[in-house]
Design a binder for this molecule. Structure first.
Ligand code: ZN
Ligand code: ZN
Ligand code: ZN
Length: 462
């Protein structure tokens, strides 16, 4: 109950800041009294103060080779209040446990899943990102700001084991793991090939490829009270999972993990085929990063043919609640000139959109991204109808209430076009401020909207 006042305070803060943001674009409509808030936010005993992951916008809170030296958790912590105010509902952290490359590793060569920067091994006590205490403080700060935390789970492969004589290969292999935490020791029996079979669906480079078919491995990954999944959830406080390189093992692994501990889940199935992504997501009972959307956007914006946004197959079009959309991530960054337009696309369309740390904090206009996040969180509801597309323009409508119409222009001149809105005799405006028009729709819903060169406009009832 101690958190009740904190919650009401943050609820008030969120309402107040979104009203303030709104006032940048329009005059205030009505004052919100604290009595109204008290009524509206009477919490249920079991109420989770965090918004459900996926209802707003995710922040990928790292990029490749963030500054080393154990300062990253602190850097992210300092950003969290601003991200919360902007409308972020979850942050995705890089793998948090000690990896073979110790203080230099980005975490994708995992050695000891229970060393969060608190055991002196692999060349350091802290990880590249900081200490266990700093990580715990970051997670607490996120939760206090109503932001969920997504752990990056690397379970296809391991790295950093000692050499042992391997009876399955007849050679010496680095498959003897005795981590300092004393938890989840592994041997050749837990990797491929072994006494169960020769391989699973994929290995990553020359890394030791973990065998999820072994009961011992399943116990340590998600079944035991001390398993990685339960420890990360119950002890460390993680709320969701991002599974690395899921092409390297079968989808039932993620499915079993989710069955054991629940939580939001998204898989990195690096494939541009939307049907393949949908098949994986359904088998894994998990969301998937929408690489199909990513590649169609790349082709549309870099190849100067926005009609691909209409014709292209994407995961969000097949399965909107299973699609996590993105413009850039730590592995790939191929959308350059049209990057802000691509963000306007994912933040107005279905799917759970992700902001990439460097795009938000360094490369793009933060005010424009904040505006798009606000539009996503307040206007972008309901199903999608594509109203028009050709090589240099694209217009789509979100059919919810209040809904919106987004007009993207990849040409070098102002464009305008008549569209059917569904709003009759209604004053509408461009919530981005990129256009100053405030037209009335006709009695039949038709209206002419406009968009500046190499830009976008997003219309909704004023
Ligand atoms: Zn196996
Ligand atoms: Zn594998
Ligand atoms: Zn055109």
């Amino acid at each position: 109950m101690k958190n009740l006042n904190v919650f009401v305070f943050f609820a008030y803060l969120l309402i107040f800041t979104s009203c303030e943001r709104d006032q940048i674009l329009e005059p205030p409509t009505s004052a919100t009294t604290s009595e109204e808030i008290g009524v509206k936010f009477t919490p249920e005993p079991q109420l989770d103060t965090k918004a459900a992951i996926g209802s707003k916008v995710m922040m990928q809170a790292f990029y490749w080779d963030v500054p080393a030296g154990g300062i990253w958790w602190g850097t992210v912590s300092n950003k969290i209040p601003a991200w919360s105010s902007a409308g972020i509902d979850a942050i995705w952290l890089p793998p948090v446990s000690k990896a073979q490359n110790g203080p230099f590793s980005m975490g994708y060569d995992p050695f000891d899943y229970y060393d969060f920067g608190n055991y002196n091994q692999m060349g350091s006590t802290e990880t590249r990102f900081g200490s266990k205490t700093e990580l715990q403080s970051l997670i607490s700060t996120a939760h206090a700001n109503n932001i969920s935390v997504i752990a990056d789970i690397v379970i296809n492969h391991n790295s950093g084991g000692d050499l042992e004589s391997n009876i399955f290969t007849g050679t010496e292999t680095y498959t003897n793991y005795t981590p300092a935490s004393g938890l989840f020791n592994r041997t050749q029996y837990d990797f491929h090939p072994n006494d169960f079979h020769g391989n699973d669906s994929g290995a990553f480079g020359g890394f030791a490829d973990l065998c999820h078919d072994k009961t011992y491995v399943q116990d340590w990954l998600w079944n035991n009270p001390n398993s990685v999944a339960k420890y990360y959830k119950d002890v460390m406080g993680f709320d969701g999972w991002r599974f690395d390189y899921v092409k390297g093992f079968e989808p039932w692994v993620v499915n079993n993990w989710i069955s054991a501990v629940g939580g939001f889940s998204v898989g990195e199935y690096w494939d541009g085929n939307a049907a393949t992504l949908e098949g994986w997501a359904n088998s894994a009972n998990s969301s998937a990063f929408d690489f199909a959307c990513y590649y169609r956007m790349r082709d549309a914006f870099e190849g100067n043919d926005l009609s691909i946004l209409e014709t292209g197959d994407m995961l969000w079009k097949r399965s909107p609640t299973r699609a996590v959309t993105f413009v850039t991530n730590h592995d790939t960054d191929e959308i350059y000139n049209g990057k802000l337009l691509a963000y306007a696309y994912i933040l107005t369309h279905e799917g759970y959109p992700t902001l990439f740390y460097q795009d938000y904090e360094e490369y793009l206009d933060k005010d424009k991204l904040n505006n798009l996040v606000w539009i996503h969180n307040n206007k972008a509801g309901g199903s999608t109808t594509i109203l028009y597309s050709d090589t240099d323009e694209y217009i789509a409508k979100r059919n919810g209430a209040p809904g919106l119409i987004v007009y993207i222009n990849n040409s070098n001149s102002w464009l305008e076009r008549w569209v059917s809105t569904g709003w009759n005799n209604t004053l509408i405006k461009d919530y981005t401020g990129n256009s100053n028009w405030e037209p009335y729709t006709q009695g039949d819903g038709w209206v002419k909207i406009q968009v500046p060169p190499k830009s976008y406009s997003i219309w909704s009832a004023k």
